[in-house]
Each structure stands twice: as structure tokens, then as C-alpha cells.
Design a protein around this ligand. Sequence first.
Ligand code: SF4
Length: 399
Amino acid sequence: MTDAREIAKLPTDAPPGGWPKPRALYLHVPFCRHRCGYCNFSVLAGRDDLQDRFLNAVEIELRRIRSEHYGDDRIELETLYLGGGTPTQLTLPRLQRLLGCLSEHVTLSSDYEMTCEANPEDVNPETLAVLSDAGVNRLSLGVQSFHNEKLETLQRSHRGEEAVAAIQLASDSIKNISIDLIFAVPGETLAQWQDDLSTALSLPIRHVSTYSLTYEKGTQFWSQRRRGGLTPIDEDTDIKMYRWSRKLLGEAGFEHYEISSFAKPRSRSRHNAVYWNGHGWFAVGPSAARFVDGQRDVNHRSPTTYIKRMIEQGEATAECERISLDQHAREIAAFGIRQIDGIDLSEIDRRVGYEFSALIRPTLDSFEKSGILRRRDNHVRLTARGLLFADTVESEILG
Ligand code: SF4
């Protein structure tokens, strides 16, 4: 029997055209009012006194990326994403300082996408003016729900009516408004979730990301659930909620283009597509992971350690991983399959320069037999049923 690896002629170093040149940058701003019970991100709650030192650290990291990759020129980007944490938890002068620092070190392409995450309670005319003057053309609002009871369970700081007002106000200055919504929250009914979706659809938004509540180890919700203080929604209702998201958003003209993402025409997240398609990206801030020249480096997860190391040593990398070509190909396939359009195996073979598709054929064949994947020639995508098994497919492809 022929070994699949013989067929594939697995090479060992860089892809034929070299590693993808990053044209995207993620910047993690860790500040939040408080830590929500389900949140597992790198967050500094109630430590706004560290904002100036954080900005000093960010400036050092941006300068370093620029001098390492661009010399005297500025960093050239097509997409820039300010996430967190909560970027708008920075005071207005500090938000201006951050945006000014970015404009000093970055040049954006003519058709750029610049996203800023914000919480509804931070949306006001002054902040919106600062963001839009700096070129932010996409606002991602952490709405999560319009139901006050559900928002309280999630320990969010805003109320439903505040979220509605924030979306309406923001859409006057930033046309592409995206909102995050969480479903399967303890005590939530299918009718409440349908109501959340209907309210969202009555508002001027162009993008929705929907997530089923997860109980990550180390979060308050995880401990509460273990002690019996939180009862997760049953799996059937969780699945029904997901299906209703697809139905209602689809009927309203939102294209389901990735497991959790829905967009009006020409409003897909280009920045997230960089991750899903395995293109390179820079990343700045605590816990930020970059993928540059075949290397994945992750900054220290603790914001205070990140700030200290960056200021004192000029770098704050906690983990480095050299990505082999085989791993790169697997990641392109595994994360790419999360997109509803699926993946083109011949395109992956072309990008990595060997017959990777021969290596994963047995895995894909078995998922196809179970009705989880559909394959036409070299094109593979999840079926409607397969969308519920995306995590399993992903981990099998990653090997
Ligand atoms: S606002 Fe967002 S980032 Fe901040 S603690 Fe809550 S979930 Fe986490």
C-alpha cells in the first residue's frame, strides 16, 4: 500500500511563494469596567490607572514591528482591528492618543477596513466623532442581548434600551455596524432568542455574530456551573436557537458566511477572513497572537506582565511556534471549513506547493459518508447538519 505521505511529497520549509505577507493587524486593548462572568479574555478590570503605561507599551511594540518589517516606511495594512477588552474603555484623550499613534506608524490601503469594538454604554457623539475622524469604518458592538434579565445574567453593564439607542446613534456616523449576540443563556427561552433576533433586525446593522454561551475553565460561570448554581440550556434548545438564527437572519437578507457570522451584501468581516484563510497578520497587546513569516508568537497573557516587559525589555513574547508547511495546510483547511463557502483543496495544494489534499482525503471521505461534508471535485463544504459538527471536523483535520 502506498503511504499517503509518498503521494504528497511533503516538503519541509516555506511555501512556493514564501509565507503570506501580513496586511492585517490586531490590537488588543485589555481594559473593562468589570469582568463578565463568562469572559475568558485577557482583561484588566477596574485598573484604568494603567492606561498610560499600556499606551507606552503599545507604542514600543508598533515601533518594533515597523522597524523589523518596514524600516523607515510605515506598516502597510488592509485591515486593522481594535479589540479587547474594550477599546472604548480608554478615556477619550487616551483613545485619541492610541489612534494618533496608529496613524503615525500605519498606512491603510484605499479600500481598508478598520474595526473598533465598543460596548453600548460607551457610545456617545464625542467617542463616535473621534473614531470616525480616525477612519474607523466598522463598529463591533458587544450587545449580547436586548433583554435586561438576560443581560443581568451575563453580568453586562448596559440595558437593552441603551443597546438600541447606541446602534441608532452609531449608524449615523459609522455605516457598517456589527453586533455580537449570545444565545443559550441559563433561563433563556426560544421565544426570547427569537425576540432578540427580531429586535436586531429592526435596527440599522450590517453584520451579526451569534455565539452559544460557553463555560470556559477559569471563568466565574464555569465554577458556578460546577457548583450547580448555573444550569446550561439543553442541547436541543441550543440547536433550535442556532437554526432560528440562520432562518431569521437569512430571511432578512443576511448571508450566513461563517459558522457564527452573518452579513448583509459586501459587509463580511475582511479582517476575520485573514485568520480563517491562514494569511499572515501582526498583533499587538497582551495575549495577542501574530502569524508572521511562518512563525506564530503569542504575547504574555497577563496585561500587567505585558506592560512591564514591553516597557523594560522591549518585547513581551510568551510563546513561539514555528509552523511547518503541513501544519499550515491543515490550519488553512480546518479554519477555512468554518466558512460556509467551504475550501478549495486545489487552492491549498497550490499555496503550500504539494499535494496536501491526498493526506486529508481519508478524513474528508469519512465525514462525507456521515453527511457532515459535501464534496464536489476539489471543493469541500459543511452541510447544514455538518455546521453542528464544525469543531469535530476542525480538530480531525488539525490532526
Ligand atoms: S466587556 Fe467583553 S471583554 Fe470585557 S469582561 Fe465583559 S465579555 Fe470580557
